[in-house]
Write a protein that binds this ligand. Structure first.
Ligand code: HSE
Length: 410
Protein backbone atom coordinates (compact mmCIF):
# COMPACT_ATOMS: atom_id res chain seq x y z
CA UNK A 1 0.00 0.00 0.00
CA UNK A 2 1.27 3.45 -0.90
CA UNK A 3 0.84 6.44 1.36
CA UNK A 4 1.72 10.13 1.10
CA UNK A 5 2.84 12.54 3.80
CA UNK A 6 1.91 16.21 3.62
CA UNK A 7 4.37 18.33 5.62
CA UNK A 8 7.96 17.26 6.28
CA UNK A 9 8.46 18.94 9.65
CA UNK A 10 8.91 17.29 13.04
CA UNK A 11 5.86 15.00 12.78
CA UNK A 12 6.01 14.30 9.03
CA UNK A 13 9.67 13.31 9.11
CA UNK A 14 8.98 11.22 12.23
CA UNK A 15 6.25 9.34 10.36
CA UNK A 16 8.66 8.54 7.49
CA UNK A 17 11.26 7.43 10.04
CA UNK A 18 8.89 5.14 11.98
CA UNK A 19 7.61 3.53 8.78
CA UNK A 20 11.19 2.88 7.61
CA UNK A 21 12.20 1.65 11.09
CA UNK A 22 9.38 -0.89 11.51
CA UNK A 23 8.38 -1.51 7.90
CA UNK A 24 7.91 -5.28 8.16
CA UNK A 25 5.75 -5.33 11.26
CA UNK A 26 3.76 -2.31 10.06
CA UNK A 27 2.97 -4.09 6.78
CA UNK A 28 2.04 -7.25 8.65
CA UNK A 29 -0.26 -5.43 11.06
CA UNK A 30 -1.78 -3.50 8.15
CA UNK A 31 -2.59 -6.79 6.38
CA UNK A 32 -0.64 -5.49 3.36
CA UNK A 33 2.39 -6.81 1.46
CA UNK A 34 4.08 -3.51 2.21
CA UNK A 35 3.36 0.01 3.43
CA UNK A 36 5.57 2.57 1.79
CA UNK A 37 5.78 6.31 1.46
CA UNK A 38 5.37 7.31 -2.20
CA UNK A 39 5.31 11.10 -1.86
CA UNK A 40 6.17 13.74 0.70
CA UNK A 41 4.66 17.16 0.09
CA UNK A 42 6.64 20.17 1.22
CA UNK A 43 7.51 23.49 -0.39
CA UNK A 44 10.97 23.45 1.15
CA UNK A 45 14.02 21.66 -0.27
CA UNK A 46 15.85 19.03 1.76
CA UNK A 47 19.10 18.45 -0.15
CA UNK A 48 20.79 15.18 0.79
CA UNK A 49 17.80 14.00 2.87
CA UNK A 50 17.18 10.26 2.87
CA UNK A 51 13.69 10.90 1.41
CA UNK A 52 14.73 13.58 -1.09
CA UNK A 53 13.50 11.56 -4.09
CA UNK A 54 9.97 11.38 -2.64
CA UNK A 55 9.57 15.11 -2.14
CA UNK A 56 6.98 16.89 -4.29
CA UNK A 57 5.76 20.47 -4.24
CA UNK A 58 2.47 19.97 -6.09
CA UNK A 59 -0.47 18.61 -4.06
CA UNK A 60 -2.18 17.44 -7.28
CA UNK A 61 0.45 14.73 -7.71
CA UNK A 62 -0.86 13.13 -4.53
CA UNK A 63 -4.59 13.65 -4.91
CA UNK A 64 -4.57 12.42 -8.51
CA UNK A 65 -2.57 9.25 -7.87
CA UNK A 66 -4.97 6.31 -7.37
CA UNK A 67 -2.17 4.22 -5.85
CA UNK A 68 -2.09 6.47 -2.80
CA UNK A 69 -4.68 5.07 -0.42
CA UNK A 70 -3.84 6.90 2.80
CA UNK A 71 -2.60 10.47 3.22
CA UNK A 72 -0.95 11.74 6.39
CA UNK A 73 -1.52 15.44 7.04
CA UNK A 74 1.25 16.86 9.23
CA UNK A 75 1.33 20.43 7.93
CA UNK A 76 -0.47 22.05 10.85
CA UNK A 77 -2.75 25.07 10.64
CA UNK A 78 -5.96 25.35 8.63
CA UNK A 79 -4.71 26.70 5.34
CA UNK A 80 -4.14 24.82 3.13
CA UNK A 81 -4.59 21.75 5.35
CA UNK A 82 -8.39 21.90 5.34
CA UNK A 83 -8.64 22.17 1.54
CA UNK A 84 -6.06 19.44 0.96
CA UNK A 85 -7.64 17.04 3.46
CA UNK A 86 -11.13 17.68 2.03
CA UNK A 87 -9.84 17.01 -1.49
CA UNK A 88 -8.16 13.76 -0.42
CA UNK A 89 -11.32 12.50 1.30
CA UNK A 90 -13.40 13.41 -1.77
CA UNK A 91 -10.88 11.53 -3.93
CA UNK A 92 -11.54 8.39 -1.88
CA UNK A 93 -8.35 8.48 0.20
CA UNK A 94 -8.34 7.97 3.94
CA UNK A 95 -6.64 10.74 5.90
CA UNK A 96 -4.69 10.61 9.14
CA UNK A 97 -3.80 13.87 10.87
CA UNK A 98 -1.94 15.10 13.92
CA UNK A 99 -3.37 18.59 13.41
CA UNK A 100 -5.35 19.61 16.52
CA UNK A 101 -6.49 22.91 15.06
CA UNK A 102 -7.92 21.16 12.02
CA UNK A 103 -9.82 18.55 14.03
CA UNK A 104 -11.05 20.97 16.70
CA UNK A 105 -12.37 23.54 14.23
CA UNK A 106 -13.30 21.42 11.19
CA UNK A 107 -13.69 17.91 12.59
CA UNK A 108 -17.47 17.84 12.14
CA UNK A 109 -17.18 18.73 8.42
CA UNK A 110 -14.31 16.33 7.74
CA UNK A 111 -15.93 13.41 9.57
CA UNK A 112 -19.02 13.92 7.44
CA UNK A 113 -16.94 14.05 4.25
CA UNK A 114 -15.18 10.82 5.24
CA UNK A 115 -18.53 9.12 5.81
CA UNK A 116 -19.95 10.35 2.49
CA UNK A 117 -16.91 9.06 0.63
CA UNK A 118 -16.68 5.77 2.54
CA UNK A 119 -13.16 6.47 3.80
CA UNK A 120 -11.61 7.06 7.22
CA UNK A 121 -10.55 10.27 8.92
CA UNK A 122 -8.38 9.50 11.96
CA UNK A 123 -6.56 11.73 14.43
CA UNK A 124 -5.14 9.73 17.35
CA UNK A 125 -2.02 11.93 17.41
CA UNK A 126 -4.04 15.13 17.76
CA UNK A 127 -4.44 14.62 21.53
CA UNK A 128 -1.73 13.44 23.89
CA UNK A 129 0.98 12.91 21.23
CA UNK A 130 1.98 9.26 21.56
CA UNK A 131 -0.60 8.37 24.22
CA UNK A 132 -3.40 6.18 22.94
CA UNK A 133 -6.52 8.03 24.08
CA UNK A 134 -8.85 8.69 21.12
CA UNK A 135 -9.19 5.06 20.08
CA UNK A 136 -9.46 3.72 23.66
CA UNK A 137 -12.20 6.25 24.39
CA UNK A 138 -14.11 5.49 21.19
CA UNK A 139 -13.67 1.72 21.33
CA UNK A 140 -12.60 0.30 24.70
CA UNK A 141 -14.88 2.62 26.70
CA UNK A 142 -17.78 2.33 24.25
CA UNK A 143 -19.96 0.67 26.90
CA UNK A 144 -19.85 3.77 29.10
CA UNK A 145 -21.60 7.07 29.28
CA UNK A 146 -18.58 9.35 29.66
CA UNK A 147 -19.22 11.94 32.37
CA UNK A 148 -15.91 13.78 32.55
CA UNK A 149 -12.58 14.14 30.76
CA UNK A 150 -9.67 16.08 32.23
CA UNK A 151 -5.95 16.24 32.08
CA UNK A 152 -2.61 17.77 31.33
CA UNK A 153 -2.83 18.13 27.57
CA UNK A 154 0.12 20.29 26.57
CA UNK A 155 3.68 19.05 26.82
CA UNK A 156 5.37 22.43 26.33
CA UNK A 157 3.58 24.16 29.20
CA UNK A 158 3.97 21.14 31.46
CA UNK A 159 7.68 21.16 30.68
CA UNK A 160 7.90 24.91 31.42
CA UNK A 161 5.98 24.58 34.71
CA UNK A 162 8.13 21.60 35.72
CA UNK A 163 11.29 23.62 35.11
CA UNK A 164 9.85 26.54 37.12
CA UNK A 165 8.75 24.32 40.02
CA UNK A 166 11.78 22.06 40.37
CA UNK A 167 14.68 23.99 38.76
CA UNK A 168 13.61 27.59 39.46
CA UNK A 169 14.25 28.17 35.76
CA UNK A 170 12.89 31.32 34.19
CA UNK A 171 9.84 31.04 31.97
CA UNK A 172 11.80 32.24 28.91
CA UNK A 173 14.67 29.77 29.34
CA UNK A 174 12.29 26.86 29.84
CA UNK A 175 10.29 27.84 26.75
CA UNK A 176 13.46 28.02 24.67
CA UNK A 177 14.47 24.55 25.85
CA UNK A 178 11.02 23.18 24.97
CA UNK A 179 11.30 24.69 21.50
CA UNK A 180 14.81 23.26 21.02
CA UNK A 181 13.43 19.84 21.94
CA UNK A 182 10.73 20.14 19.25
CA UNK A 183 7.80 20.14 21.71
CA UNK A 184 6.42 23.60 21.04
CA UNK A 185 4.10 24.63 18.22
CA UNK A 186 5.56 26.71 15.37
CA UNK A 187 4.18 29.75 17.16
CA UNK A 188 4.50 28.90 20.88
CA UNK A 189 1.71 31.35 21.70
CA UNK A 190 -0.64 28.44 21.05
CA UNK A 191 1.07 26.49 23.83
CA UNK A 192 1.62 29.15 26.48
CA UNK A 193 -1.76 30.85 26.04
CA UNK A 194 -3.58 27.52 26.33
CA UNK A 195 -4.97 27.42 22.75
CA UNK A 196 -3.33 24.07 22.01
CA UNK A 197 -4.77 22.50 25.19
CA UNK A 198 -8.12 24.08 24.30
CA UNK A 199 -8.15 22.38 20.87
CA UNK A 200 -7.35 19.09 22.56
CA UNK A 201 -10.08 19.34 25.20
CA UNK A 202 -12.50 20.24 22.38
CA UNK A 203 -11.58 17.04 20.53
CA UNK A 204 -11.88 14.94 23.69
CA UNK A 205 -15.19 16.58 24.66
CA UNK A 206 -16.62 16.16 21.15
CA UNK A 207 -15.78 12.47 21.19
CA UNK A 208 -16.84 11.95 24.81
CA UNK A 209 -20.17 13.75 24.66
CA UNK A 210 -21.06 13.29 20.97
CA UNK A 211 -21.48 16.88 19.76
CA UNK A 212 -18.84 19.07 18.17
CA UNK A 213 -17.34 21.51 20.70
CA UNK A 214 -15.66 24.56 19.15
CA UNK A 215 -12.61 26.25 20.74
CA UNK A 216 -14.30 29.67 20.78
CA UNK A 217 -16.89 28.29 23.21
CA UNK A 218 -14.32 27.09 25.72
CA UNK A 219 -12.95 29.55 28.30
CA UNK A 220 -9.15 29.44 28.00
CA UNK A 221 -6.33 30.83 30.12
CA UNK A 222 -2.63 30.07 29.61
CA UNK A 223 0.38 30.08 31.91
CA UNK A 224 1.95 33.43 31.02
CA UNK A 225 0.80 35.10 34.25
CA UNK A 226 2.15 32.37 36.53
CA UNK A 227 5.08 33.57 38.62
CA UNK A 228 7.62 31.86 40.86
CA UNK A 229 5.75 33.48 43.79
CA UNK A 230 2.59 31.58 42.81
CA UNK A 231 4.66 28.40 42.54
CA UNK A 232 5.88 29.03 46.13
CA UNK A 233 2.36 29.56 47.47
CA UNK A 234 1.17 26.40 45.73
CA UNK A 235 4.01 24.55 47.48
CA UNK A 236 3.01 25.95 50.87
CA UNK A 237 -0.61 24.93 50.14
CA UNK A 238 0.62 21.38 49.45
CA UNK A 239 0.61 21.13 45.69
CA UNK A 240 1.80 22.30 42.30
CA UNK A 241 0.47 24.42 39.45
CA UNK A 242 -0.60 22.54 36.32
CA UNK A 243 -2.32 23.65 33.13
CA UNK A 244 -5.53 21.61 33.05
CA UNK A 245 -8.06 21.01 30.32
CA UNK A 246 -11.37 19.67 31.57
CA UNK A 247 -14.88 18.99 30.32
CA UNK A 248 -17.82 17.63 32.28
CA UNK A 249 -21.38 16.59 31.59
CA UNK A 250 -23.83 19.00 33.25
CA UNK A 251 -27.36 17.75 32.57
CA UNK A 252 -27.81 17.93 28.80
CA UNK A 253 -25.00 20.50 28.50
CA UNK A 254 -21.32 20.44 29.35
CA UNK A 255 -18.79 22.62 31.10
CA UNK A 256 -15.37 22.95 29.46
CA UNK A 257 -12.33 25.01 30.36
CA UNK A 258 -8.56 25.34 30.09
CA UNK A 259 -6.68 27.12 32.86
CA UNK A 260 -3.81 26.75 35.29
CA UNK A 261 -4.86 25.15 38.56
CA UNK A 262 -3.50 24.26 41.98
CA UNK A 263 -3.35 20.46 42.12
CA UNK A 264 -2.69 18.72 45.45
CA UNK A 265 0.44 16.62 45.87
CA UNK A 266 -1.85 13.66 46.57
CA UNK A 267 -3.27 13.84 43.04
CA UNK A 268 -1.72 11.64 40.37
CA UNK A 269 -1.68 14.72 38.11
CA UNK A 270 0.86 16.42 40.40
CA UNK A 271 3.43 13.78 39.44
CA UNK A 272 2.95 14.23 35.70
CA UNK A 273 6.06 16.22 34.83
CA UNK A 274 8.26 17.36 31.94
CA UNK A 275 6.72 16.81 28.53
CA UNK A 276 4.42 14.07 29.80
CA UNK A 277 0.65 14.38 29.46
CA UNK A 278 -2.08 12.57 31.33
CA UNK A 279 -5.75 12.19 30.47
CA UNK A 280 -8.43 11.11 32.96
CA UNK A 281 -11.73 9.76 31.73
CA UNK A 282 -14.69 9.05 34.01
CA UNK A 283 -17.15 6.49 32.67
CA UNK A 284 -20.39 5.49 34.41
CA UNK A 285 -19.48 1.82 34.27
CA UNK A 286 -15.70 1.72 34.40
CA UNK A 287 -15.15 4.58 36.89
CA UNK A 288 -11.91 6.53 36.50
CA UNK A 289 -9.36 5.58 33.85
CA UNK A 290 -6.04 7.38 33.33
CA UNK A 291 -3.67 7.51 30.38
CA UNK A 292 -0.09 8.72 30.70
CA UNK A 293 2.79 9.18 28.30
CA UNK A 294 4.79 11.50 26.10
CA UNK A 295 2.45 14.21 24.90
CA UNK A 296 4.80 15.70 22.34
CA UNK A 297 7.95 14.91 20.41
CA UNK A 298 8.82 13.54 17.01
CA UNK A 299 8.72 9.76 17.33
CA UNK A 300 6.07 9.66 20.09
CA UNK A 301 3.64 11.60 17.90
CA UNK A 302 4.64 9.65 14.79
CA UNK A 303 3.89 6.44 16.68
CA UNK A 304 0.24 7.50 17.03
CA UNK A 305 0.03 8.68 13.40
CA UNK A 306 1.39 5.41 12.06
CA UNK A 307 -1.01 3.41 14.24
CA UNK A 308 -3.83 5.29 12.48
CA UNK A 309 -2.27 4.49 9.08
CA UNK A 310 -2.31 0.81 10.06
CA UNK A 311 -5.98 1.10 11.11
CA UNK A 312 -6.87 2.83 7.84
CA UNK A 313 -5.05 0.11 5.89
CA UNK A 314 -7.10 -2.54 7.67
CA UNK A 315 -10.30 -0.67 6.86
CA UNK A 316 -9.84 0.21 3.21
CA UNK A 317 -12.92 -1.71 2.14
CA UNK A 318 -15.23 -1.18 5.10
CA UNK A 319 -14.68 2.09 6.94
CA UNK A 320 -14.85 2.38 10.72
CA UNK A 321 -17.89 4.20 12.09
CA UNK A 322 -16.21 6.80 14.26
CA UNK A 323 -16.74 10.42 15.23
CA UNK A 324 -19.44 12.73 16.57
CA UNK A 325 -22.42 14.84 15.60
CA UNK A 326 -22.93 18.51 14.78
CA UNK A 327 -22.51 21.31 17.30
CA UNK A 328 -25.52 22.52 19.29
CA UNK A 329 -26.04 26.14 20.31
CA UNK A 330 -25.45 27.08 23.95
CA UNK A 331 -24.13 23.60 24.66
CA UNK A 332 -21.16 24.75 26.76
CA UNK A 333 -22.23 26.49 29.97
CA UNK A 334 -20.67 29.83 30.87
CA UNK A 335 -17.57 29.44 33.05
CA UNK A 336 -19.11 31.80 35.60
CA UNK A 337 -21.65 29.06 36.33
CA UNK A 338 -18.95 26.48 37.08
CA UNK A 339 -18.01 25.77 40.71
CA UNK A 340 -14.42 26.14 41.82
CA UNK A 341 -12.33 27.86 44.47
CA UNK A 342 -9.68 30.50 43.87
CA UNK A 343 -6.18 31.01 45.18
CA UNK A 344 -5.71 34.77 45.44
CA UNK A 345 -2.38 36.60 45.79
CA UNK A 346 -2.65 40.32 46.41
CA UNK A 347 -0.91 43.43 47.63
CA UNK A 348 -2.29 45.84 50.20
CA UNK A 349 -2.85 46.35 53.93
CA UNK A 350 -2.41 42.67 54.83
CA UNK A 351 -4.16 42.52 58.24
CA UNK A 352 -7.09 44.67 57.16
CA UNK A 353 -7.49 42.95 53.78
CA UNK A 354 -7.40 39.41 55.17
CA UNK A 355 -10.04 40.35 57.80
CA UNK A 356 -12.18 41.82 55.03
CA UNK A 357 -11.64 38.73 52.85
CA UNK A 358 -12.90 36.57 55.72
CA UNK A 359 -16.02 38.72 56.04
CA UNK A 360 -16.67 38.53 52.29
CA UNK A 361 -15.82 34.90 51.51
CA UNK A 362 -16.32 33.19 54.88
CA UNK A 363 -13.91 30.38 55.62
CA UNK A 364 -10.68 31.25 53.75
CA UNK A 365 -7.32 29.42 54.12
CA UNK A 366 -4.44 31.84 54.49
CA UNK A 367 -1.19 30.87 52.75
CA UNK A 368 2.32 32.02 53.54
CA UNK A 369 5.72 31.92 51.85
CA UNK A 370 9.25 32.71 52.97
CA UNK A 371 10.56 36.20 52.32
CA UNK A 372 7.21 37.55 51.18
CA UNK A 373 7.04 41.37 51.19
CA UNK A 374 5.13 42.89 54.14
CA UNK A 375 2.26 44.02 51.92
CA UNK A 376 1.74 40.67 50.12
CA UNK A 377 -0.86 38.14 51.21
CA UNK A 378 -2.49 35.03 49.77
CA UNK A 379 -5.51 32.88 50.55
CA UNK A 380 -7.79 30.20 49.10
CA UNK A 381 -11.53 30.86 48.94
CA UNK A 382 -14.31 28.36 49.68
CA UNK A 383 -15.96 26.60 46.71
CA UNK A 384 -18.64 28.57 44.85
CA UNK A 385 -19.67 29.49 41.32
CA UNK A 386 -16.91 31.45 39.57
CA UNK A 387 -19.24 34.37 38.91
CA UNK A 388 -20.07 34.63 42.62
CA UNK A 389 -16.41 34.42 43.61
CA UNK A 390 -15.53 37.21 41.17
CA UNK A 391 -18.34 39.41 42.51
CA UNK A 392 -17.05 38.88 46.05
CA UNK A 393 -13.47 39.57 44.98
CA UNK A 394 -14.55 42.91 43.53
CA UNK A 395 -15.69 43.87 47.04
CA UNK A 396 -12.14 43.47 48.34
CA UNK A 397 -11.27 47.13 47.95
CA UNK A 398 -7.88 48.90 48.11
CA UNK A 399 -5.87 45.83 47.15
CA UNK A 400 -4.02 44.95 43.95
CA UNK A 401 -4.71 41.39 42.77
CA UNK A 402 -1.38 39.87 41.70
CA UNK A 403 -2.49 36.32 41.05
CA UNK A 404 -5.73 34.34 40.75
CA UNK A 405 -5.58 30.60 40.07
CA UNK A 406 -8.30 27.96 40.34
CA UNK A 407 -7.90 25.21 42.91
CA UNK A 408 -9.06 21.88 41.52
CA UNK A 409 -9.77 18.56 43.09
CA UNK A 410 -8.48 15.88 40.65
N1 HSE B 1 2.94 21.76 21.20
C1 HSE B 1 2.26 20.57 21.60
C2 HSE B 1 2.59 20.28 23.05
C3 HSE B 1 2.70 19.44 20.72
O1 HSE B 1 3.53 20.88 23.57
O2 HSE B 1 1.90 19.49 23.68
C4 HSE B 1 1.89 18.21 20.85
O3 HSE B 1 0.54 18.43 20.56
Amino acid sequence: MEIAIMGYGVVGSGVAEVIAMNSESIAEKSLQDSVSVKYILDLRDFPGDVNESKLVKDFNVIVNDPEVKVVVEAMGGLKPAFDFVSACLKAGKSVVTSNKELVATKGDVLLKLAEENNVNFMFEASVGGGIPVIRPMAQCLAANRIDEVAGILNGTTNFILTMMIYNSMSFEDALRLAQDNGYAEKDPTADIEGFDACRKICILASLAFGKHVFPENVYTEGITKITLEDVEYARSWGGVIKLLGRAKRVGDKISAMVSPAFVANASILSGVNDVFNSVFIRGNAVGDVAFYGRGAGKLATASAVVADVVDCARHLEKRKAFGWGDAVENYVVDHNEVETSFYIRAKGDKIFALKKAEEIFGDISILTRENAPEDEFAFVTPVAKEGELNEKLAKLEDVEILGKIRVENY
